[in-house]
Design a protein around this ligand. Structure first.
Ligand SMILES: Nc1ncnc2c1ncn2[C@@H]1O[C@H](COP(=O)(O)OP(=O)(O)OP(=O)(O)O)[C@@H](O)[C@H]1O
Ligand SMILES: [Mg+2]
Length: 253
């Protein structure tokens, strides 16, 4: 029996808009399993980012519960949420949001320093490990503007990993990258997933979906489909792609 790491119950999110309410998520229920590489797909505007933010403590839902470690994230106070975001969760976005006047290495370390339980030396030595793993060791003293988009994104992944998060949340992490850099990022996610890292990734990209253990499909803020896959293996890529495409075509994709 798989362990549920995030339990989402009757989650709703509305935005005030033009004097009315715009309902983006309505009464959504979802269990996320520990160690799963969960991918969220759906057309533009279907609520993928809104869902990701509401279940990661980035934004409050309007109603419902998001249970992590027996606590409802949706009821947490801002100081609890801040702690959760840097201690338990890691974030990767389409835009890397690196601090422009800090080196790549400093960008990663400052996130590690947020956790006061970490000594500075421990943070630096783990950052070194991550820089080697992300293959950005040789540009660690560069500023973000002095490296490629792929290197920036790999730095952002190192930053997301520095506090050994229980869950990585990623919103179209390959959205701004070319094919080669996208595949490198997906290979990193796959290798993390093989180490049992829980990952929740929003993507439009079938190449990203192929890596998933489970794909959730959103339409108008509702889950209208779910697809389970065995662990990704490179040699199965073609058949996975065909299966996923068939499934997506049966939805509104
Ligand atoms: N702050 C906001 N105020 C009002 N409406 C919003 C706000 N944020 C999102 N929305 C609306 O909620 C809907 C879902 O947005 P969301 O960003 O979650 O979509 P998405 O599935 O991530 O789309 P995309 O694939 O284009 O990123 C959209 O119609 C969007 O306009
Ligand atoms: Mg989005």
């Amino acid at each position: 029996m798989e362990k549920v790491i995030l339990k989402i119950k009757s989650l709703s999110k509305s935005f005030a808009h033009n004097g009315g309410q715009m309902h983006v998520l309505s009464n959504l229920n979802l269990d996320i399993y520990e160690g799963d590489f969960t991918v969220i797909m759906g057309s533009s505007g279907s609520g993928k980012s809104t869902l990701l933010y509401a279940i990661s403590g980035m934004d409050k839902a309007t109603a419902g519960e998001v249970i992590y470690n027996d606590k409802n994230i949706n009821e947490m106070k801002e100081n609890e949420l801040t702690k959760l975001r840097y201690k338990d969760f890691g974030f990767v976005f389409q835009q890397m949001h690196l601090v422009s006047n800090l080196t790549l290495f400093e960008n990663v370390c400052i996130s590690g320093y947020l956790n006061k339980n970490n000594s500075k030396n421990d943070v630096k030595s783990y950052a070194d490990v991550l820089f080697k793993r992300m293959d950005i060791d040789k540009v660690k003293t560069h500023l973000p503007s002095q490296v490629s988009g792929g290197e920036q994104q790999r730095c952002a992944i190192a930053r997301a990993l520095i506090n050994k998060p229980a869950i990585i949340f990623a919103d179209e992490p390959t959205g701004a990258l070319n094919k080669k850099n996208s595949l490198e990022v997906l290979d990193i996610f796959t290798s993390l997933s093989n180490e049992n890292q829980s990952i929740i990734m929003v993507t439009h990209d079938i190449r990203g979906a192929i890596r998933a253990d489970r794909i959730i499909y959103l339409s108008d803020g509702n889950i209208i489909g779910e697809f389970r896959l065995p662990k990704y293996k490179k040699e199965d890529e073609k058949s996975r792609e065909a299966q996923i495409n068939t499934w997506l075509n049966s939805l509104e994709w």
